[in-house]
Design a binder for this molecule. Structure first.
Ligand code: FAD
Length: 541
């Protein structure tokens, strides 16, 4: 998230602050650019240049935002401000106050405009924001104030936006696997000469185990970072200022500094990476993080550099501390998927955000805000979302995303919900994943097929169906699993669009067979209509 405002900037009235000596460059450090060495500051001099940062109301409220997400950004920003000041930088910092009446409530553009009028910098410098709207807003604000703005490439990422554009040019389809191999070669990661270490590029086939019947073995971590005084202030601010926002603050323990992010990486590599691969897709009741790294928020705020994460995993393999399937799987997520979705975002924005290939229109289910539902897969996945602003990839894609896709939730609304509820959500990464990969809103630009499956998939990969009031095998009737009902209904409703997809041949054939059982198909359709009506009305399921 770049802490940027939505809508046109409102220029503040005359400033009461006293003008200070004119500075040369004002480096704008956004809330998701908190690296120890931010790209915006490279080559600048604390004697002549200064830093500007702003917590802002609009970002906190334009979409409903999880309390922990707000706390994470503000706490990490305040720590970053303090670290820069210690290093001799002048940081002009706009902090929100717990009492709304005590601050101006100005939006991002207006706060920046006031600072520019007061400080009169010769130049504004910013690293590429993580949000298309924020970039547009900065450009417009600078133009309005007649101050030059330099937008620097964001060196946090392996692949620059121009480099991705070059890679994509002339390709009929953008396939993540092709991009990933290109990145492996280009950065010489897990390579033996021209070949991949171990002989295979992608070990995904080895990474689909479910947990043993009695559940996952006890795992260590993720390491917890108890809030210090700076973070406690922020937690108080959020609790007082945003009491009605979703989620809980009690368990806030995320890394908020680069040093803590590094500790979190070491903890993951030492304790969970060895089994990360095999259990990457597994889910279990009460198990929020499983063998996942929980590093996405630290990565996306740039507290952790992706090169460090990749290097640590590769070193663990080289030293025999983690098997190749785990290490290659982890590297693929960061060097492949993470860089790929960013490239797709900047290549296709701004119209990407409005794509809705399947014409889906339902609102996000009510249970996605409060976790209240009889569907155990949803309530279990929502546990981590509400307590930690977190769910792991398979819960996002194959439970919460799957159910929304099958029901027909508006993909942009699903993305906005995602932005609101996850600590790691920033526009460049949430939009392609939520609207594209998960909801197929982009019609297959990011993923080669919709990720659709019946309740049987969830049963296979978790214990969620045990003790659930719905039966994952049943597609019709009051006890039928809503995922299973809506799966057949989804294939049925979109049959004409999906039947040409080679990766769905098996599923489409099964539907065609099922359609021969007319009474069953009619019962499925009726039940699906009723489920969708209840979801549209925000009723309990
Ligand atoms: P791990 O499973 O340990 O993976 C390691 C790292 O790989 C992650 O920290 C992340 O940085 C990266 N990664 C893995 N998959 C992806 C991916 N598809 N795209 C980008 N990076 C990836 N990730 C976000 O960082 N922010 C989001 O807003 C976001 N929205 C998502 C929405 C949906 C609907 C889906 C299906 C996925 C989304 N992802 C998002 C990707 C992925 O689910 C999360 O990165 C991951 O679950 C974070 O948990 P972790 O750090 O434990 O990841």
């Amino acid at each position: 998230m770049a802490l940027g405002a939505i809508g046109p900037p409102r220029i503040a009235g005359p400033q009461r602050e006293t003008a200070i000596a004119r500075i040369r460059n004002l480096a704008l450090v956004l809330g998701d650019q908190l690296a120890s060495e931010p790209a915006a500051l490279a080559g600048l001099d604390p004697a002549h240049d200064a830093v500007w940062m702003a917590e802002n109301e609009a970002e906190a409220t334009h979409v409903w935002s999880h309390k922990q997400r707000l706390a994470l950004f503000f706490a990490a920003m305040r720590h970053h401000r303090d670290a820069l000041r210690k290093r001799g930088w002048t940081v002009h910092y706009h902090a929100l106050k717990a009492d709304r009446r005590r601050d101006s409530g100005r939006n991002f553009g207006a706060i920046l405009a006031a600072a520019v009028r007061r400080l009169r910098p010769e130049m504004l410098i910013v690293a590429e924001p993580g949000d298309w709207r924020v970039r547009a807003l900065l450009v417009a604000t600078a133009e309005r104030l007649s101050v030059p703005l330099t937008i620097r490439p964001d060196t946090h990422f392996y692949c620059g936006t121009d480099e991705f554009r070059d890679w994509a040019a002339g390709r009929k389809r953008l396939v993540m696997e092709d991009f990933y191999r290109h990145m492996r070669r280009r950065h010489d990661i897990l390579m033996q000469g021209n070949d991949p270490v171990g002989g295979r590029w992608n070990l995904d086939r080895d990474n689909r185990e479910r947990y043993p019947a009695d559940g996952p073995p006890p795992t260590l971590g993720p390491v917890s970072f108890p809030p210090d005084a700076v973070t406690r202030d922020v937690l108080d601010l959020v609790a007082t200022r945003y009491p009605d926002h979703p989620g809980r603050l009690e368990d806030f323990d995320l890394p908020v500094t680069p040093a803590q992010a590094r500790t979190a990486l070491t903890d993951f590599v030492g304790h969970r990476l060895p089994d990360f691969g095999r259990w990457q897709d597994a889910m279990w009741s009460g198990e929020v993080f499983g063998h996942h790294s929980r590093l996405s928020a630290a990565l996306n705020l740039h507290l952790l550099n992706p090169r460090e994460a990749v290097a640590a995993a590769v070193a663990a393999h080289a030293e025999g501390r983690a098997p190749l399937n785990s290490v290659e799987g982890f590297v693929r997520q960061i060097l492949g998927w993470r860089e790929f979705v960013r490239g797709v975002y900047w290549l296709h924005m701004p119209d990407y955000a409005d794509r809705n290939a399947l014409g889906a229109e339902l609102p996000v289910p009510r249970a996605y805000w409060d976790g209240e539902t009889d569907m155990r897969c949803v309530s279990e996945s929502m546990r981590g979302v509400l307590d930690h602003g977190y769910a792991h990839h398979i819960q996002r894609l194959m439970v919460l995303g799957l159910f929304a896709l099958l029901a027909g939730v508006d993909p942009k609304a699903f993305h906005e919900w995602h932005m609101a509820m996850y600590c790691d959500a920033v526009d460049w990464v949430s939009l392609p994943n939520a609207l594209g990969m998960s909801q197929y809103g982009d019609g297959g630009l990011l993923a080669t097929k919709p990720y659709c499956a019946s309740g049987n998939y969830i049963h296979r990969m978790s214990d969620y169906c045990r003790g659930c009031r719905f039966d994952h095998r049943r597609a019709s009737g009051a006890d039928a699993c809503p995922v299973t009902t809506l799966y057949w209904d989804f294939l049925d409703r979109h049959h004409d669009k999906l039947r040409g997809n080679r990766r769905l041949v098996f599923q489409v054939k099964n539907l065609e067979r099922k359609r021969r059982d007319r009474p069953e198909m009619a019962a499925i359709r009726n039940r699906a209509v009723e489920l969708r009506r209840r979801l549209a009305a925000g009723e309990f399921i």
